[in-house]
Design a protein around this ligand. Structure first.
Ligand code: ZN
Ligand code: ZN
Length: 378
């Protein structure tokens, strides 16, 4: 039986191992087998690698994936949008599958908090059959109930993987706390989530967006994504100095809306300091549990703040992301974010480029084959 190569996280903080699994010849009812074309390396993968989230090792990471359908199980005839689905179609999918029946799914309409939600590339142990449940592999097995999306031919795979989980996560966040037309917005962080939030804020009608982040190549990306001003955290390492620099851009009262896309707990106090009274503060970047901070809740009352959290995304946010990526601006911006391409066997190098903020977005291309992997400076 042919085998499938995968880059596997077997122990935290240890290099991923290339392992082989039996190729799955058939798909069961409602399931799909997909040949992976491109898999994004998300910042979350670095957190997973560092052991900052409880996951069942060994795990095949990769939750931002594009591939082609190899097999469709009985009954799977249409994608999540209702388009006909055939073998050979290029697809992506919502990385999580929810139960649809629990307290959060059914009664409270918060399916991202489903009590039995499981995510490809995160929550599946690669020791358990059918093993192939992550994007860092030549083939992936999609279980019944996965929200699969046929990718319109006009959207390159680079745009979909470049947007990755960051765009859908930001769409969800900004749905919970909409940017209002004319808002002055501060985005903390210029990683993929920060860039996506920035693009969406501009798209939603923000008058001015100020991005705080780094290193310089990411600030340049932020300007491409629509930032009217950028603040380099390395150039202004002190939070009080940084606040003064931001207020010069927002006006003396602060921002109407601040989005946290950093992931370091300390960013939250700084973000609250950048809010004008009555502002909205969306905390989007604290996906991993990176610890506690000391915080004075009096500020929330006094400043009449709205604090909003948002976790993951739903299939309908993938639908919106694809619609946005059909537009020329989003298509080109997110495709251009993909700066580093690696073969599957170079997964450790790829992960390292993300950990060290060297790339716009790093991707794995399992069948990169004769083509030269492209990773400038990595
Ligand atoms: Zn992610
Ligand atoms: Zn549920």
């Amino acid at each position: 039986m042919p085998s499938v190569k995968a880059a596997v996280l077997t122990a935290f903080r240890h290099p991923l191992e290339i392992r082989e699994y039996p190729s799955l010849g058939e798909a069961g009812a409602g399931e799909a087998l997909v040949r992976v074309e491109m898999a994004g390396i998300c910042g979350t993968d670095v957190h997973l690698w560092l052991g900052q989230l409880a996951i069942p090792l060994p795990v095949i990471m990769g939750h931002e994936t594009v591939g082609r359908i190899e097999r469709l199980g009985a009954g799977l005839k249409r994608d999540w949008r209702g388009n006909p689905l055939s073998v050979g179609d290029r697809v992506t999918w919502a990385s999580s599958v929810v139960c649809g029946e629990c307290y959060y799914c059914r009664l409270k309409k918060q399916p991202t908090r489903c009590v039995s939600r499981k995510a490809y590339g995160i929550s599946y142990c690669a020791s358990d059959a059918p093993h192939l449940r992550g994007g860092y592999a030549e083939q992936i097995h999609l279980r019944a109930g996965t929200a699969i999306f046929r990718i319109p031919d006009s959207i390159p795979s680079e745009s979909v993987v470049g947007a990755g989980c960051a765009l859908v996560t930001s769409i969800h966040g900004l749905e919970r706390a909409p940017v209002e037309w004319g808002d002055v917005v501060v985005v903390q962080g210029t990683g993929p989530v920060g860039l996506a939030a920035l693009a969406l804020a501009k798209h939603a009608g923000a008058a001015r967006v100020i991005a705080i982040g780094g290193p310089p190549h990411r600030l340049e990306l932020a300007r491409n994504f629509g930032a009217d001003a950028t603040i380099d955290v390395a150039a202004i390492p002190d939070a009080a100095d940084r606040r003064r620099a931001v207020l010069e851009e927002t006006g003396p009262f602060g921002a109407d809306y601040v989005v946290e896309c950093v992931g370091h707990p300390a960013a939250v106090n700084e973000g609250i300091d950048l809010c004008r009274d009555g502002a909205r503060y969306l905390v989007l970047g604290q996906y991993a549990d990176a610890g506690n901070i000391s915080f004075n809740p009096h500020t929330i009352t006094r400043k009449q703040l709205q604090l909003i959290g948002s976790w993951g995304f739903e299939p309908r946010h993938v639908d919106r992301a694809l619609t946005l990526l059909e537009g020329a601006r989003f298509k080109e911006l997110f495709a251009a974010e993909v700066t580093h391409k690696f073969a599957l066997t170079e997964a450790n190098l790829a992960l390292e480029t993300v950990r060290q903020w060297q790339s716009g977005k790093s991707v794995l291309i399992p069948d990169i084959g004769g083509r030269e992997a492209a990773h400038p400076g990595a």
